[in-house]
Design a protein around this ligand. Structure first.
Ligand code: NI
Length: 137
């Protein structure tokens, strides 16, 4: 960030009051920081609508580890896809269930396709994907 430009924003008192309450609740140090964060978030959301945009994602899967077929398929899918699996994390939740967090990098379209393939595997009880739009070299 080489240069900062100042802008003026006009808001109704009620909207400003609600915004200040949100800033307080979330712990932002200033209105400027909160506004920057909101702008970045909206721009990121917009990018995620483009299947060609680059992104990173965390895919959360809860599954029963007794289905050994599923574990082999999970590993196979991570190896077979064109996009990069950056990392994965395995946590034994209880006697039966495991949590796998798989971090993917690639285009939004490829990530969503892979994540949907993972989540729809037989034996996966819960699945969720969290995407962030990022600029990568
Ligand atoms: Ni486990």
């Amino acid at each position: 960030m080489s240069q900062i430009e100042r802008i003026g924003v006009s808001l109704e008192p009620e909207l400003l009051g609600a915004f200040d309450a949100l800033i307080e609740k979330r712990g932002y140090p200033s209105r400027s920081e909160a506004i920057r964060d909101l702008i970045r978030r909206q721009i990121g959301e917009e990018k995620l609508g483009n299947p060609q945009a680059t992104a990173v994602a965390a895919v959360f899967l809860v599954y029963n580890h007794h289905s050994t077929k599923l574990m082999a398929m999970l590993t196979g899918l991570q190896h077979s896809h064109l996009l990069q699996t950056i990392s994965s994390l395995h946590i034994h939740l209880d006697h039966h269930d495991c949590l796998e967090v798989i971090v993917l990098r690639g285009s939004v379209g490829e990530i969503n396709k892979t994540a949907e393939n993972l989540i729809s595997l037989k034996g996966v009880k819960l699945g969720r994907i969290n995407l962030l739009a990022v600029e990568t070299a």
